[in-house]
Every structure is written in C-alpha cells, then in structure tokens.
Design a binder for this molecule. Structure first.
Ligand SMILES: Nc1ncnc2c1ncn2[C@@H]1O[C@H](COP(=O)(O)OP(=O)(O)O)[C@@H](O)[C@H]1O
Ligand SMILES: [Mg+2]
Length: 341
C-alpha cells in the first residue's frame, strides 16, 4: 500500500477529570494517527478510555469544565485543541463527524429525523428542497432503512435503538466528513445491517478518501475492516499494528488476552494465548507501573514499578517490558485456547 498522508495525529493526549479532590486520569499519553482513507480500529475492554478519546478529538470532552485536556491533536495540521468554540463547531459535522455510542442521547428529541438530517446535509451543501429530500432518502437507504417516509416523519423516541443508531450513521455520513469517528456504531444492530454499514463505511473511504477512527470492543469487526488496530488499556495506547500482525502475533499480553476471548476464526492466530482474568482498573485507583501488570501472565518485577513507553516492536508499536513476541515469552501460565496451528 502506498504511503499516505496523515489526517489526524494525536500526540501525548491526556484527559484528566477534576473530581473536586484530585485529577483522575481518564486518558494517558494517547498517541495515534489516522491516515487519509484509512480505517483505524480503536479496541479495548469497556472502560479503557476509547469513547473519551474520540469525544476529545471532537472537542466535546472539553465542554465539561471538570475535564482537563493535554497534548495535541492535529487535523490536517490544524491544532484541534487550540481552536475556539466557534471554529470547532464549524468543523464538527463537516470535517469531522461522530457517531455516538448512545444514539438516543445524541439525537435531539424535539426535532423530527427529517429536520435533523436536513440540518446535517446543509453543513455540506445547499440543494433544492426536492434534491435534498432525494438525498435524505438515499442516505437512509444506504443504512438499510427502506420505510424512509415514516422514519423521516418520526421523532427519535418513536424509533427503536437500532433504528436511531442507523439514523445517526446516516446523519454523520450525509455531510461526507473527512474524518468519521464512529463509537461502537453497530453494537445495537443485527449482523446483516452491521455488515451493510461496515461495507458502506469501507466504500466511502475508498470513494471519498474518508478516514475512519472506528471504536469497537469487537475484535471480529476490527479483523474485518481495520487497516490498523490500536489497542487501548486503562487510558493508554498499549499496542498499534496492522491487523495481520495483531491477529497472528499480538505483542502485548493484553492484546493476546483480548484475542483469547473470541472464537478462533479471525485470521491465523497462534495456538496459545494468555487468558486474562479480572477487569479494567478504575481510573481513580490505577495500579503502579504498567496498569496491566496485575492481570498480566508475562509480568516482571519491573512492570510493578515502571510504566513502559510505547516503542517500535516488530512492525508496530507496543508498550510492554516483556512482550509476547520476544524470545522470553511464552510464559508457563499460558493456556490453550483451542485454535488450530
Ligand atoms: N463524563 C465522565 N465523568 C467521569 N468519568 C468518566 C466520564 N466519561 C468517562 N469516564 C470514565 O473514564 C473511563 C473511560 O471511559 P470510556 O472512554 O467511556 O471507556 P470505553 O469507551 O473504552 O468503554 C471510565 O472509567 C469512565 O467511567
Ligand atoms: Mg465507549
């Protein structure tokens, strides 16, 4: 694949929540980039900081005065974090669009779907009312909605969660954004619609050179559409590599653990992967050193005291003192997960 330009570059992004007593780190030193026309999947268990990261790129976290945002987010060389509210508002929906994890809370309950979609479309272009209506119907059909007239006339509360999610996706894509931030966009949808929407996103990145940061906890989705996979844990990026690498030979023990949780159908994975017990730590009580060490089968004494930096490792980057692909691995606690060699 030819080298492509970067559209989004996050460098050392941090988000801290001031809870009145102290600053709680929700995102820590997040570094990642999305090139033009590329789909980057941001994966990790619930509570890893994926949504906060995406909302911060959109300038939404910053609307909460308790949140302190650090680091830089360059969008085509524009520093998003230094934009005033008006400029950011203009970029939102047009240059950057986001599909939220909870569609109902992001659609406006007092307006019909039609008026919300029209507003989305007008951010991009002015059409005659008739051409506008045709575009809206087309946009709904693209996300598998065929009773367009009923849906356009409806208020969000009259629609199912899955239908709202599809309306949100249609609205985000109507403006043909340069960067789509899609936060678990297909979780409430059945597999057929999910496949259709992933195909639509994939088509738009080819046809329109749209870039996508796709947040998902579903490694199967990532395997299907990702050009690159970024793994987040406890607010940090712990691995960043292309999917072949991630699925065939994950470097971070956490990535290995995520893969051990899914059926052995995705790519060629090694036979043994470490299973992970426990859950993502609360940001207010992160373990010292590497935040993953209490759950890690590969942990060394050093991991309890020093947080590893994100460094190049076999074609990707990984933040780990004892990655799976080094000769020291695998550790004796590794369990068989039933995959074939
Ligand atoms: N508005 C908020 N106020 C307080 N804590 C929050 C807020 N938003 C997110 N968090 C906390 O930040 C952490 C990361 O959340 P999130 O980004 O939603 O995780 P993910 O999307 O990976 O599941 C969680 O511990 C969550 O409770
Ligand atoms: Mg989330």
């Amino acid at each position: 694949m030819p080298a492509r330009d970067h559209l989004l570059r996050l460098d050392g992004v941090s988000v801290e929540l001031d809870n009145g007593h102290r600053d709680i780190p929700l995102v820590r030193d997040a570094t990642l980039d999305v090139r033009k026309g590329e789909i980057v999947c941001l994966v990790g268990e619930s509570g890893s900081g994926k949504s906060v990261t995406a909302r911060t790129v959109m300038g939404l976290t910053q609307l909460d005065r308790r949140m302190k945002v650090g680091g830089t987010a360059l969008f085509d060389d524009v520093d998003l974090f230094s934009l005033d509210a008006e400029r950011m508002r203009r970029m939102r929906g047009r240059d950057l669009a986001m599909v939220f994890q909870e569609p109902l809370s992001s659609l406006d309950p007092v307006f019909t779907v039609e008026s919300q979609l029209r507003e989305g479309l007008r951010r991009r272009e002015r059409l005659s009312p008739k051409a506008e209506t045709a575009r809206l119907s087309e946009a709904l059909q693209e996300v598998g909605i065929h009773d367009c007239e009923r849906v356009l006339r409806s208020y969000p509360h009259a629609l199912s969660g899955g239908m709202c999610q599809r309306v949100m996706i249609a609205m985000a894509l109507l403006a043909r954004p340069r960067l789509l931030l899609a936060d678990e966009p297909t979780t409430a949808l059945d597999v057929t619609i999910q496949a259709q929407i992933l195909e639509l996103i994939d088509r738009l990145r080819h046809e329109e050179d749209m870039s996508v940061l796709l947040v998902t906890h579903d490694m199967g989705v990532a395997a299907e559409v990702a050009d690159r996979v970024v793994v987040m844990y406890a607010g940090r990026v712990v691995e960043d590599a292309d999917p072949q690498k991630v699925f065939a030979a994950p470097a971070h023990p956490y990535t290995g653990g995520l893969l051990a949780c899914i059926p052995p159908m995705v790519g060629a994975r090694p036979v043994v992967l470490p299973a992970i017990g426990g859950s993502v730590p609360d940001p207010s009580s992160l373990p010292g050193g590497c935040a993953f060490h209490p759950r890690c089968v590969n942990a060394l004494p050093r991991c309890t005291t020093e947080d590893p930096p994100l460094e190049p490792e076999a074609g990707g980057t990984v933040a780990c003192w004892n990655p799976l692909t080094r000769e020291a691995a695998p550790a004796p606690e590794l369990v068989h997960n039933g995959g074939s060699a």
